[in-house]
Structures are given as structure tokens and as C-alpha cells.
Design a protein around this ligand. Structure first.
Ligand code: ADP
Length: 534
């Protein structure tokens, strides 16, 4: 066979040539709607790449973005790597000190930024070392002096002469959200992004097709919006971007007006959407069977059931920054379609089945655990879109095993059918009297209680048992509950020693910029909380 490199320029050309009329719809900060076609997107992405080269961008150099999800960010997704550069998406929700550290550490040379985010840049620009700042004038306000105007660059560009790209060349870069330590950078090759696009588009993964209308709510700075922009362009789907408007009503309006068939985001987004749908059940006529890819944190079974009642289908997936990100996605294999309702829902709440070329094992001290659905081990993975190192961090090499697997830090069971279930992060497991208790299982059960809106379970020290679980609960507005009432609700579902000794009621659970519960903060906050049974 021919040696043909798996590079993103091929996807960009294909998009422009085969699907010139597919639409890219973006909600702008003033809520107006911007529309462009793939033919415009193709021309403008090439123009951006050409201008970056004229400004001096060399192969392998990093171009950072600080942008919401919209047409210009998509242009950068392709324009930067097709010009030989590396697209580094900065997380605008991080503290300015962290953004400065990440931009410095990555060695970002240029920055492309939304004009509405310039006040954020002012907080760290002096520490970041960008040579050039290119401003996307989303609001029409004049571009400040000393910055380049994105629209002018795109309008005046000469044709892009794509440098010969190799599939192993770096194309993208993202830092972990730092839930469990300092953010670490992962560099994605063209090859990894292309193969990930193929896998993500498969029918039993996201099932992306040309006829789809795809709305990534997950930010484009959160692990490539889970690879959706690349995969959607590959198939020529309509793309719908929410811009900065991520509240439930704005999203539901957008789903309805643009006929969205597939959307994606973290569970916190869907909690808001569900509440809005429940409050006004008849208000939005959504596409029946709209798929919602949910990942980044565990999806409670109660949420899957609730969306089913509205004819919306949750696709539960698991991934990490280090895995580009999608590693497993849940679908019902043909041998379980006849299972009873409860069994099917329990299965759909698992994190799913590994994608082709994505290998998994649950590692214990004695070797890989059997796939029996009970034996726990650390999830270790390998495949063509799994990172082989962190950018500039040799000290972290112990994250890879000697036989070439990546240690995810997640504890899982894998059942005989190959469904992976995340029990916990290693650091979050509760060890009581030498036995492990899964905080994720307890949390998912608690949010199934009609009065509970959110729940976190953490370990608190205990003189006799070492650790005991403490539940921290946010109740739905206007509800009251007691610790005993919630323990009674859990009792039939778990062994007795799993039941939290106590429940703390709070108004809010701290969450990270990517929607994960910040358990380290909770552990600090509740460190003096004595179990009531000691
Ligand atoms: P960070 O590791 O800094 O939090 P990531 O965004 O890469 O940043 O997070 C990856 C982690 O998120 C996984 O290791 C896992 O613990 C968690 N995660 C992702 N998807 C799921 C899911 N569907 N269910 C449970 N946990 C998940």
C-alpha cells in the first residue's frame, strides 16, 4: 500500500471540497448568530495558516488560543497545524497565575484571543511571553494597539503553501486540568488526532454522520472538545457552537433552532438542562433521540433514566487529556439488548467499552485482574492516541509502566463483556478496615434520591477503621432531609460497612474548571470532621 500520512490538512481539504455548503453556526457574545459555510471555513483557515507563517511561525512552534467555542476557534484548530504549528488551547477558566505558568511552560509564541477575553489577558500578559497577540473582533470593537486584527490577517493573506507534514509531527497541545496536581502538557500528533477522529465517528462511538447537526458544549480548550471538531469536519456535519452562552435555556434554544442531533459536555451542564426541561416540559421541541455525549466525570444512572423520559439519549464515555481523550464509550452490545430494564440501565451507567485500538487492563499487585466485573485494579491503557510522555517533564516517567502502558490513576472493574466501570480515582477511594469503598458508587446512588441535587463522598480518618466515608450533600431547592433518611435510602443498595457514617449538608460542592468535584478541597474542609461512630 502507499505510504500516505495521516495529517489534518487532508481533513481540512476534504471539508472544503466535498462539503462546501455545510454550515458552521456560532452564537456570539451579544447573542447574535454568525453563520459561515465550510467553503468559507476552508479559505479562512488556510488564510490564517498563511498569515501565521508570514508572521514568522516555524514548524513545531506553539500558537495558543484563549477562545470560546465558535467559528474562529475552529479555523485555528485547522489553520495552525496545517501551517506546521501546534495549536495550544488555553483554559480560560483557570486562575490567571495558572494560565501564565502553562503558557510559559509550553513556550507559546503567539496567542489568538477573543476580544471579550482581553481583560483576562491583561492579568497575566507580562508573565506569559507571547510575541504576538492576534485579536478576534467578535464584538466589532476596535482591536487595541500593539495587537494584530484576526480579520485583517485573514483578509489579506496570500495562499497557504502547506509545508510537507509528517503524521508524527505535533499538531495540538493541551494541559491536564490539574485536579490531582500541577497541570501537565500533552502533545498530540497529526496521526493521533486523525485516528481518534476515525474512531470517534464510528457508529458505536459517537456515530457521527454528514447529516448530523453537532453542538460541542464541552469547551474547545478541554481536550480538543473531545475531538468532535476534527471528526465533524471529517464527515462534513453541520457544526453549532454556543460561544460563551452555556446556561441551560440558551443551549436548549440553540438545540431547537439549529436542529441539533448530537451534543457533548460534562455532567454539570446536563444537570442544569434536566432541571430546565423538568420545569417547562413542553417548551422545547428537540430532535427525538438527540445524542448527548457525557464524560469527564461519572454519569449517575438516574440522569440517564431522566433524559430517556424526554427522548434524549445519554452516551456515557470516559477519557483523559492523556488519551486525546476518548478511550471508552457506552453502547448496548447485541448480547445485552434483551436484558431487563434495570440491568440495561446499570450497564449504561458504566463508562463503556474500549474503542478499537484502545487497549485496557485493570492492574493489581498480582497482575491484570480478571474481567469478571468485581475485581478492581488500576486502569492502564495503551493505543495510538495515548500519550507516551508529558511535555518537558521527564520526572513523570513513572506514569508509564515498563511494558508500555499508561497508568491512568483510575480504579476500575472490567466485566466479562468488556464494559469498564470507574470505581474511583486512586486518591479518592475510601479504605475502611482494609476494604475499599467506592465513593463514585455512593455518590451516584445518592443523587438518585428525589431530594438530592449533588453529592460527594470523601474519606475521613477513623481511629478503628482507618477511614470512613463522609457524604457531603446539596439538596434540591426547598427540600429538607436528615442523615438517617439518606442512609436508609442507601442501605438496601450497599453492604452495611459502605454506608456513610455521617452526612454534611452544604449549599455548593466546589468544582474545577472542567466540572470535576474538587475532593482535595473537601478533604481539607472536613479534615477535622470526626466520624460519629468513633
Ligand atoms: P485531570 O486529570 O487533570 O482531572 P482530565 O480532564 O484529563 O484532567 O480528567 C481525566 C479524569 O476524569 C479521568 O482520569 C477520570 O478520573 C475522570 N473521568 C473522565 N470521564 C469519566 C467518566 N465518564 N466517569 C468517571 N470519571 C471520569
Amino acid at each position: 500500500m502507499m505510504k500516505f500520512p495521516l495529517t489534518l490538512d487532508h481533513l481540512l481539504d476534504r471539508g472544503g471540497r466535498l462539503f462546501p455548503d455545510s454550515e458552521i453556526v456560532s452564537r456570539l457574545p451579544d447573542k447574535s448568530v454568525h453563520r459561515e459555510r465550510y467553503s468559507d471555513f476552508h479559505r479562512r483557515a488556510c488564510a490564517l495558516g498563511s498569515s501565521l507563517r508570514r508572521l514568522g511561525l516555524k514548524r513545531g512552534e506553539r500558537v495558543a488560543t484563549l477562545m470560546w467555542n465558535h467559528y474562529a476557534h475552529l479555523e485555528a484548530y485547522f489553520g495552525v497545524p496545517c501551517a506546521g504549528g501546534v495549536l495550544h488551547t488555553l483554559n480560560l477558566r483557570l486562575h490567571p497565575d495558572d494560565i501564565a505558568y502553562i503558557a510559559q511552560h509550553a513556550g507559546d509564541r503567539f496567542l489568538i484571543i477573543d476580544d471579550v477575553l482581553l481583560p483576562l489577558l491583561e492579568k497575566f500578559r507580562d508573565r506569559a511571553g507571547f510575541e504576538k497577540v492576534i485579536v478576534v473582533p467578535l464584538t466589532g470593537a476596535p482591536v487595541p494597539r500593539g495587537c494584530d486584527d484576526y480579520e485583517k490577517l485573514v483578509a489579506t493573506a496570500r495562499p497557504l503553501r502547506i509545508p510537507p507534514l509528517r503524521e508524527e509531527d505535533p499538531a495540538g497541545m493541551c494541559y491536564t486540568s490539574g485536579t490531582t496536581g500541577r497541570p501537565k502538557g500533552v502533545v498530540y500528533s497529526h496521526r493521533a488526532l486523525v485516528l481518534h477522529s476515525f474512531a470517534a465517528a464510528l457508529p458505536d462511538v459517537m456515530g457521527l454522520a454528514n447529516a448530523d447537526s453537532v453542538c460541542p458544549v464541552v469547551p474547545m480548550f478541554h481536550v480538543n472538545a473531545w475531538g468532535i471538531p476534527f471528526a465533524a469536519v471529517m464527515v462534513g456535519a453541520k457544526l453549532v457552537f454556543p460561544g460563551p452562552h452555556l446556561d441551560a435555556v440558551s443551549l436548549l434554544d440553540l438545540y431547537r433552532s439549529e436542529g441539533v442531533t448530537l451534543t457533548a459536555g460534562v455532567p454539570t451542564i446536563w444537570m442544569g438542562i434536566l432541571q430546565a426541561l423538568e420545569a417547562e416540559p413542553g417548551r422545547w421541541q428537540l430532535t427525538h433521540g438527540m445524542r448527548m455525549v457525557v464524560g469527564g466525570a461519572a454519569v449517575p444512572e438516574s440522569m440517564i433514566r431522566a433524559f430517556d423520559r424526554f427522548g434524549l439519549r445519554v452516551l456515557h464515555g470516559w477519557g483523559m487529556t492523556e488519551t486525546t481523550p476518548v478511550g471508552t464509550v457506552n453502547y448496548l452490545k447485541r448480547d445485552v439488548t434483551t436484558a431487563g430494564e434495570d440491568e440495561r440501565y446499570a450497564l449504561r451507567a458504566k463508562q463503556g467499552v474500549p474503542l478499537p485500538f484502545f487497549e485496557v487492563r485493570a492492574m493489581t499487585e498480582r497482575g491484570p485482574a480478571p474481567w469478571d466485573g468485581n475485581s478492581m485494579g488500576e486502569l492502564q491503557v495503551r493505543g495510538p492516541w495515548v500519550a507516551a510522555a508529558y511535555h518537558g517533564l521527564d520526572a513523570e516517567q513513572d506514569k508509564w509502566t515498563e511494558d508500555g502502558w499508561f497508568r491512568t490513576g483510575d480504579v476500575v472493574t472490567i466485566d466479562a463483556r468488556g464494559y469498564v466501570k470507574i470505581t474511583d480515582r486512586i486518591k479518592d477511594l475510601v479504605k475502611s478496615g482494609g476494604e475499599w469503598i467506592s465513593s463514585v458508587d455512593l455518590e451516584n446512588a445518592l443523587v438518585g434520591h428525589p431530594k438530592v441535587s449533588e453529592a460527594a463522598v470523601i474519606a475521613v480518618p477513623h481511629a478503628k477503621w482507618g477511614e470512613r466515608p463522609l457524604a457531603i450533600v446539596v439538596l434540591k431547592a426547598g427540600n429538607a432531609a436528615t442523615a438517617d433518611e439518606l442512609r436508609e435510602y442507601l442501605a438496601p443498595r450497599f453492604p452495611n460497612f459502605w454506608l456513610p457514617d455521617d452526612v454534611a449538608f452544604v449549599s455548593e460542592i466546589p468544582r474545577s474548571s472542567t466540572g470535576k468535584m474538587m475532593k482535595a478541597v473537601l478533604r481539607e474542609q472536613f479534615k477535622d470532621c470526626k466520624s460519629r461512630n468513633q
